[in-house]
Design a protein around this ligand. Structure first.
Ligand code: DAT
Ligand code: MG
Length: 149
């Protein structure tokens, strides 16, 4: 099954949105295979956002993403990479549709609550930044026969 990397950013943790975000992924039917609360190091943040190093917003992004604990997660399921991006909504919360996480809870592009990998390759790269192989758990859920044809 496809896997993606999802991260509740420091504002999401501070604003008590952890349960809501996890609940959305659970109720949709995705399977949690790894989770931890951690404070990003500057190195991890730079590696995570390496495509944005040097952009005008990068210093602010770096300060924000390392400002408090985040919830790092790996979710698995059918087309989970693109589905998670849809559930999160557009990068700028003011452009994100109501019903999406950013659309429901965000106001500012620099405080947009959640991160989700943008491709299967990015997901694998990002998972490796935060999790060792033995920190992901492979297990069956009996409900899967009611979720997948
Ligand atoms: P996404 O998080 O939707 O993948 P991205 O990869 O383009 O978006 O940017 C990563 C993060 O950087 C984004 O969640 C918020 C921040 N960011 C992006 N563009 C920005 C901008 N123009 N001003 C301020 N922050 C920005
Ligand atoms: Mg991105």
């Amino acid at each position: 099954m496809e896997q993606t990397y999802v991260m509740i950013k420091p504002d999401g943790v501070q604003r008590n949105l952890v349960g809501d975000v996890i609940g959305r992924f659970e109720k949709k039917g995705y399977k949690l295979v790894a989770i931890k609360l951690l404070l990003l190091t500057e190195e991890q943040a730079k590696e995570h956002y390496r495509e944005h190093v040097g952009k005008p917003f990068f210093p602010g992004l770096l300060g924000y993403i390392t400002s408090g604990p985040v919830v790092a997660m790996v979710w698995a399921g059918k087309d989970v990479v693109s589905a998670a991006r849809k559930m999160m909504g557009k990068t700028n919360p003011l452009e994100a549709e109501p019903g999406t996480i950013r659309g429901d809870y965000g106001l500012d592009i620099g405080r947009n609550v959640i991160h989700g990998a943008d491709s299967v390759e990015s997901a694998q790269r990002e998972i490796a930044i935060y999790f060792k192989e033995d920190e992901s758990t492979s297990y069956e859920k009996t409900i899967e026969e009611w979720q997948y044809e």
